[in-house]
Design a protein around this ligand. Structure first.
Ligand code: UD1
Ligand code: CA
Length: 462
């Protein structure tokens, strides 16, 4: 039994080449295949993350410089290697030779195989070392092996003799259900000379990486396989496979949150992106989308039917049937049903935002209430303010946006129009239907169209 490779071992001995230069024609997309998003991250992020978590920091990504650049989607520590034109998977690995030569072993992962786990990468390394094999490769037995490279084994099944691409299969080989999952660990002293001997495939004209398996056998070198369930080896060539992979990832993400103490009432209709953080004892109700850099504190109730994008949510916050985008809600705030909070809004602690409310780029101070049918945009609102039903900040004059300021404890009567720029003083009040075009001094009642101050409020009246 070879011991599990230690972190130090992998770090120095093993590098990885990730193949991402293919055209991805079967996606029928202007976007390169490996940039299609899966649970909020581009597909290519997943194999890179699995390699990093497996303890392999030296990663070379083979890309096609003629396509949209991968650089902005990858960390700075990833080396991009150009392959142009893409002449097949063997040719792709060869492009990385100047970088990857000298490592004792070379992992190769298809960039379109996002479900592979770090433990599996380590198992491939271990299997190769244990047998001193030229290649350890990943296989699976999917329900439908169509389009994939078939694994031809020795009589006793112990050795892998060849990988035969479907185009080259005999009818008998086509019936083999075990296939190549597109992840390999190669002997680093052997792989470069072997790649130089690969001949173009007579039918497709491409250099197939999979031909290295027959080459190793011909040279008397061992080839071993590690087998995973279909849902880890799934490769993405079409958008139907993209959706299948997303379903698997979604389930993994949801399960992880549940194990961390989050209640998910209906995981099948809960869509949480890989980047989201949720603290314990929060409950997520059905049909809820949590996206981007959303962070949710303890004891919240989110959903049903809500979408949060880049939202910062405090503790014990309740959000129902609402959309929160690029905004923050502090402890014990609540929103909805049917609220839309967006554009950098900051909702203070214990604020109540009720039905059909929209808040954009505004600050609402602690315990302010905005219960019904209102729009607040570009406003700074103090603590303990009451925003009456139907209130609107008229912040846009057709050309420019203007700010509204409302002081602590103000009372904005139902259907008030606040024509910005405008200031409502601390403790001031507006009458129902007021159209406020001029600043209202503190502790003053203003009414009418256009609104005019009619009297100072008595203490305790505001
Ligand atoms: C490949 C394997 C097949 C395996 C399947 C698993 C080969 C010849 N076949 O088939 O045995 O069952 O993966 O999913 O390897 N790429 C490049 N440059 C190229 C061509 C491809 O970087 O010139 C990249 C692609 O972007 C992709 C990966 O290599 O990420 C695999 O290429 P793809 O064309 O998808 O191969 P499959 O037909 O899926
Ligand atoms: Ca593929």
């Amino acid at each position: 039994m070879t011991p599990e490779p230690s972190d130090g071992d992998l770090r120095q001995a093993t590098c990885a080449v990730v193949l991402a230069a293919g055209l991805g024609t079967r996606m029928k997309s202007a976007l390169p295949k490996v940039l299609h998003p899966l649970c909020g991250l581009p597909m290519i992020a997943y194999p890179l993350r699995a390699l990093t978590e497996a303890g392999i920091p030296s990663i070379f990504v083979v890309h096609n410089p003629a396509l949209v650049s991968l650089r902005e989607h990858l960390g700075q520590n990833v080396v991009l290697v150009p392959q142009s034109p893409p002449l097949g998977t063997a040719h792709a690995v060869q492009q990385a030779q100047p970088y990857a030569q000298g490592f004792a072993e070379v992992m190769v992962l298809n960039g379109d195989t996002p479900l592979i786990q770090p433990e599996t990468i380590r198992a491939l390394v271990q299997a190769r070392r244990a047998a001193d094999a030229a290649v350890a490769l990943l296989t699976m037995t999917p329900a439908n092996p169509q389009g994939l490279g078939r694994i031809v084994r020795s009589e006793d099944g112990a050795r892998v003799r060849a990988i035969v691409e479907e185009v080259d299969c005999t009818p008998e080989q086509r019936r083999i259900r075990e296939v190549n999952a597109g992840a390999y660990c190669f002997d680093g002293t052997w792989v470069w000379s072997a790649l130089a001997r690969v001949q173009p495939n007579p039918r497709k004209g491409e250099y197939f990486l999979t031909d290295l398996v027959a080459l190793a056998n011909a040279e008397g070198r061992a080839v071993v396989a590690v087998t995973v369930p279909e849902e880890e080896g799934l490769g993405i060539n079409t958008r139907a496979e993209l959706a299948r992979a997303e379903a698997v990832l979604r389930q993994r993400i949801n399960t992880q949150h549940m194990l961390n103490g989050v209640t998910i009432v209906d995981p099948a209709t809960t869509y949480i992106e890989a980047t989201v953080q949720i603290a314990q004892d929060t409950v997520i109700f059905p049909n809820t989308f949590l996206r981007g850099n959303t962070v949710i504190g303890e004891g919240c109730e989110i959903g049903p039917n809500s979408m949060l994008v880049d939202a910062q949510i405090g503790r014990r916050v309740r959000i129902t049937y609402s959309v929160i985008e690029h905004s923050r809600l502090d402890d014990d705030a609540d929103a909805g049903p049917f609220a839309h909070i967006r554009g950098g809004a900051h909702i203070g602690p214990r604020v109540h935002i009720g039905n059909f409310a929209e808040v954009k780029n505004s600050v609402l101070g602690a315990e302010t209430k905005m219960g019904h049918f209102s729009y607040v945009g570009d406003a700074t609102i103090g603590a303990g303010v009451n925003i009456g039903a139907g209130t609107i900040t008229c912040n846009y004059d057709g050309e420019r946006k203007h700010p509204t300021h409302i002081g602590d404890g103000a009372f904005i009567g139902s259907d008030t129009m606040l024509v910005a720029p405008v200031r409502i003083g601390e403790g001031a009040k507006t009458g129902a239907g007021a159209v406020v075009t001029k600043d209202v001094p503190p502790h003053t009642l203003a009414v009418g169209v256009p609104a005019r101050p009619i009297r100072r409020l008595r203490p305790n009246e505001d």
